[in-house]
Design a protein around this ligand. Structure first.
Ligand code: SGN
Ligand code: CA
Length: 564
């Protein structure tokens, strides 16, 4: 490993230091001393982490399933209470986060597309400015990080697997034994300790697969919540009155979750075989030992369910499924929380805390039984909002609470401003630096959102909309033409579509006009284009791994490189 640099040769690069850095330097190559002052960035993003499942936000789950380590970030820095995405889906969210642009500009609107890595991203700008860069964990915008200026990368294939995942690196594909969340932690700490170039500031992307479907906890957590009964949202048995798209979705815990794959229900008393499971390759990855431990952890609970199921009403079964869903979903978050704790400890122990911007967020929010659902996609609050916590002791006061409406397009301009690196052009987001410092005089008063992935899994209709501080207006289009309007102050759970309520006629008109303004501001293409858009024609098929790394695969496509 390269030790701390006194050599300026390592520190030249193409840094463009903007005046906002406060470091008083100009465009000349930074000196060693200056470079040490530039902040490091650790961007931790999990996948599908609901705000309700993060205790710093103080929900009804906070005491039952706390996240003490993620909460440390809020204590050390800032908690964002109104943080949103642009499109509540994995790939599009990642693309918006990397570029600072909406999907209609960065070219990534639904999961079947791949990211054009030749475009500007904050991580590439930091690399150009002399940062040491790395990405570890879930990627899901392309199989390889083409176009990304990463000094180091170890990525999961596609969605990634909870157990014994395939790791993709420059050298090929290796199946490694272990629990994925823990492996991401270990690989991150290894890079921080041994891999990085200590003469440079670093920017590290750490992306967890958890708590994404199908919610498989670490062996040490499979039973943590087995006797815990979680509060059931009072909208769990929603009848979707007045909300056609909500009625048409296929993301209902008691109807659409797969009894095997998702809920780990077995076929009978004494059995270990899962019921309905259309993706059996996930369970098949477990070694015999892992499988035995797994089966034992669920056996008694599953036997009890199998023995009694015949006497349960539909409602009782729906409530049982809710508890099983929540027990596993929340258990996968424990390992994520431990992972964040390990990174924070590493920073503390290595005197890196003060000058490191550490971010925790999720690629979107998630439903934990509200409206009966799992998954995301909708512009309703639970999936539109996403957790966001940032610590940076050198610049952010401990215990800061940011209430302004921020969006994942704001991350790129924020990171670059903190690093003193010039922002590239045509970005939709805005730097949050002043907002975080409580010094912003002007901030956006409304958010634009657009979800495109329909028809597709979970069947959530295409829609776009606007949310201001109090109201939300949404338009569902494509084979339908339905508007919805909510007064979030009076109806925070969005149960009462007030689009035809005369009492709100003026507000609705005002929001429709404001929505048009946003479309102009963000150069949204005319609606006709979206209405006609056939997702199939915009899909970019991914190459298969064996085509990319033939040396890692046998003739039958079996993985040849395995590490235990
Ligand atoms: C998979 C999941 C879906 C999920 C999408 C998108 N099924 O297809 O439930 O909505 O990913 O999620 S799974 O059983 O295969 O996990 S995203 O977070 O990647 O956008
Ligand atoms: Ca996701």
């Amino acid at each position: 490993m390269q030790k701390f640099a006194t050599s300026t040769a390592m520190l030249t690069g193409t840094a463009v230091l903007a005046g906002c850095s406060g470091s008083g330097v100009d465009n000349a190559a930074p000196t060693a001393e200056v470079d040490q002052q530039r902040p490091n960035i650790i961007y931790i993003m999990s996948d599908d982490h609901a705000i309700r499942a993060l205790s710093a936000y103080g929900s009804d789950l906070a005491d039952l399933a706390p996240t003490p380590n993620i909460d440390r970030i809020a204590q050390n820095g800032a908690l964002f209470t109104n943080s949103f995405v642009t499109n509540s889906l994995c790939g599009p969210s990642r693309a918006a986060m990397f570029t600072g642009k909406f999907g209609h500009k960065n070219g990534f609107n639904f999961n079947g597309q791949t990211f054009d890595g030749s475009q500007d991203t904050w991580i590439n700008s930091l690399h150009d400015a002399g940062y040491n860069t790395a990405a570890i964990g879930k990627w899901h915008i392309n199989i390889l990080p083409d176009g990304f200026k990463l000094d180091h990368w170890e990525l999961l294939n596609d969605q990634g697997e909870y157990y014994n995942p395939d790791w993709i690196t420059k050298d090929g594909v290796t199946m490694e034994h272990g629990y994925t969340t823990d492996m991401i932690t270990e690989k991150t700490l290894t890079w921080l300790e041994e891999g990085r170039d200590e003469s440079k500031p670093f920017a590290l992307i750490m992306h967890h697969k958890a708590p994404h479907r199908n919610w498989m906890p670490a062996p040490r957590h499979t039973r943590t919540f087995e006797n815990v009964e979680f509060p059931v949202p009072d909208t769990y048995f929603d009848n979707y009155d007045g909300r056609k798209a909500a009625a048409a979705q296929e993301m209902n815990i008691y109807r659409d979750a797969q009894e095997g794959h998702d809920l780990k229900m077995t076929t009978g008393v004494g059995e270990t075989e899962w019921r309905q499971d259309i993706w059996p390759h996930l369970l098949a990855r477990l070694t015999d030992e892992q499988r035995q431990e797994w089966d034992e952890a669920y056996q008694a609970r599953n036997d009890y369910m199998n023995a009694n199921e015949a006497n349960w009403s539909d409602e009782e079964m729906a409530l049982w499924k809710y508890q099983r869903y929540m027990q596993d979903y929340l258990a996968t978050i424990i390992a994520v929380d431990e992972s964040v704790g390990a990174v924070l400890d590493y920073l503390d122990e290595n005197d890196l805390t003060e000058n490191t911007i550490l971010v925790y967020t999720s690629d979107q929010g998630f439903y934990t039984g509200e409206h009966g659902w799992f998954d995301k996609r909708f512009m309703y609050e639970e999936s539109f909002r996403t957790p966001l916590l940032i610590q940076y002791p050198a610049k952010i006061a401990a215990g800061t609470v940011v209430e302004e409406m921020v969006q994942n397009i704001d991350y790129a301009p924020t990171f670059l401003e903190y690093a003193g690196v010039e922002l590239y052009g045509d970005v939709d987001g805005a730097s949050m630096v002043e907002v975080i410092a409580g010094e912003s005089e002007q901030w956006r008063d409304a958010l634009y959102y657009h979800f495109y992935e329909f028809p597709a899994i979970h069947q959530v209709g295409r829609h776009y909309g606007i949310r201001d501080g109090r109201y939300k207006l949404m338009h569902f289009y494509f084979r339908t033409d339905d508007w919805e309007f909510y007064d979030l102050e009076k109806d925070p759970k969005e149960m009462n579509n007030a689009i035809d309520d005369p009492a709100y006629a003026a507000e609705i008109e005002r929001l429709k006009a404001r929505l048009k303004d946003l479309e102009t501001q963000y150069d949204v293409p005319p609606m006709e284009e979206w209405r006609r858009m056939n997702l199939r024609e915009h899909r970019t098929p991914k190459p298969k791994l064996p085509e990319l790394f033939p040396q890692s695969y046998g003739e039958q496509g079996e993985i040849l490189n395995t590490k235990s």
